[in-house]
Design a protein around this ligand. Structure first.
Ligand SMILES: C[S@@+](CC[C@H](N)C(=O)[O-])C[C@H]1O[C@@H](n2cnc3c(N)ncnc32)[C@H](O)[C@@H]1O
Length: 253
C-alpha cells in the first residue's frame, strides 16, 4: 500500500507491525505505543482464548474489521497453539474501500501464511474453508447488530476511541451487543474509560481488568463471574456520581 492512500496514512508501531492513520477519524487504527499486533493479541485474542475454555466451535463478533488484525490474529493464535476448533467470525465494517485495499497491506510476517484469506476478504468480504467462516458485513455496525441471528462466545469491541467514534460505545449500543452474547460469552476491549465500563455495567455486565502484560490495561466484560480482578462499579458510582454511562442522546447526529 502506498504511504498515503487518499484517506489513510501507513504508520509504524512499537512492535514493528504497521497500522493506518485515518484522516476521517483523526486517529490511528491501533495504539502505536502498544503495537498493532501486540494490542490485538494481548488485549483481545489471548484474554478471550484464556477465558472461554474448551469449546468445539467459537462464534466471534469482531467490531469493527478495519485492517482485520483481530480476525487474522485469531486464526494465527489457533494455528500457533494447535487448537482443534471451528471458528465463525462476523465483522461489521462500514469502509468497503479500505478492506478492498488490504491485499497489498504490509502485514507482519505472522500473517504471511494467511495471504489467500486476506485476498478473499479484500475481494469478496468473505472467506470459508472446512474450519473457518469469516463474513464482513459492509454497513454501519448499529444497523447490522440487531439483524444478526448468531449468539456470540466472544466480542472484540475495537471501534475508534469513544471520543472519535462515540456511538459505538453507548449504553444503547451495548444493549444490542448484550442481546447477541451468550450467557458465558465475553467482551474484550482496549478501553478502560469509566463511562465505557458504566455503559457495559448498566447493561448487566460484570467488569474486569486482565493482567496487563506488555500492553496497557483494557477491559473484559461478561454476564458470567470470571476469575479476574473485578472493577467495583458501584463504588465508582458512589465515589464519582458523574461517572455516567454514555447515552446516544448525548450526541448530536
Ligand atoms: C480502530 S479501527 C478497527 C481496527 C481493527 N479492529 C483492526 O484490527 O484492524 C475502527 C474501524 O471502525 C470502522 N467504523 C467506524 N464506525 C463504524 C460504524 N458505525 N460501523 C461500522 N464500522 C465502523 C472504521 O471504518 C474502522 O475501520
Amino acid at each position: 500500500m502506498n504511504k498515503s492512500i487518499r484517506r489513510y496514512k501507513v504508520v509504524d508501531t512499537s512492535d514493528g507491525s504497521a497500522t493506518l492513520y485515518s484522516k476521517e477519524f483523526d486517529e490511528c487504527y491501533h495504539s502505536t505505543k502498544d503495537g498493532a499486533l501486540s494490542e490485538s493479541l494481548y488485549k483481545h485474542i489471548i484474554p478471550a482464548f484464556n477465558l472461554v475454555g474448551d469449546r468445539d466451535k467459537l462464534v466471534i463478533l469482531d467490531i469493527c474489521f478495519g485492517l482485520g488484525y483481530n480476525t487474522l490474529a485469531t486464526l494465527y493464535y489457533i494455528k500457533e497453539h494447535n487448537i482443534d476448533i471451528e471458528v465463525e467470525i462476523v465483522s461489521p465494517e462500514m469502509d468497503r474501500e479500505l478492506v478492498a485495499l488490504l491485499s497489498n497491506f504490509d502485514y507482519p510476517k505472522e500473517f504471511e501464511y494467511l495471504q489467500d484469506t486476506i485476498d478473499s476478504l479484500a475481494k469478496y468480504g468473505k472467506y470459508e474453508n472446512n474450519r473457518y467462516k469469516i463474513d464482513i458485513h459492509f454497513a454501519d455496525a448499529r444497523q447490522i447488530l440487531p439483524k444478526l441471528s448468531q449468539k456470540f462466545d466472544i466480542v472484540y469491541q475495537d471501534a475508534f476511541s469513544p471520543k472519535k467514534n462515540p456511538l459505538l460505545w453507548t449504553k444503547e449500543y451495548f444493549k444490542d451487543v448484550a442481546n447477541l452474547i451468550k450467557p458465558d460469552g465475553i467482551i474484550t476491549t482496549y478501553s478502560s474509560a469509566t463511562p465505557v465500563r458504566m455503559s457495559l455495567y448498566e447493561n448487566g455486565f460484570n467488569i474486569y481488568t486482565h493482567p496487563k502484560g506488555s500492553v496497557r490495561e483494557g477491559t473484559i466484560a461478561s454476564f458470567a463471574t470470571l476469575n479476574l480482578p473485578a472493577v467495583d462499579m458501584e463504588l465508582k458510582k458512589q465515589r464519582n456520581p458523574q461517572a455516567n454511562a454514555l447515552f446516544d442522546s448525548e450526541f448530536i447526529y
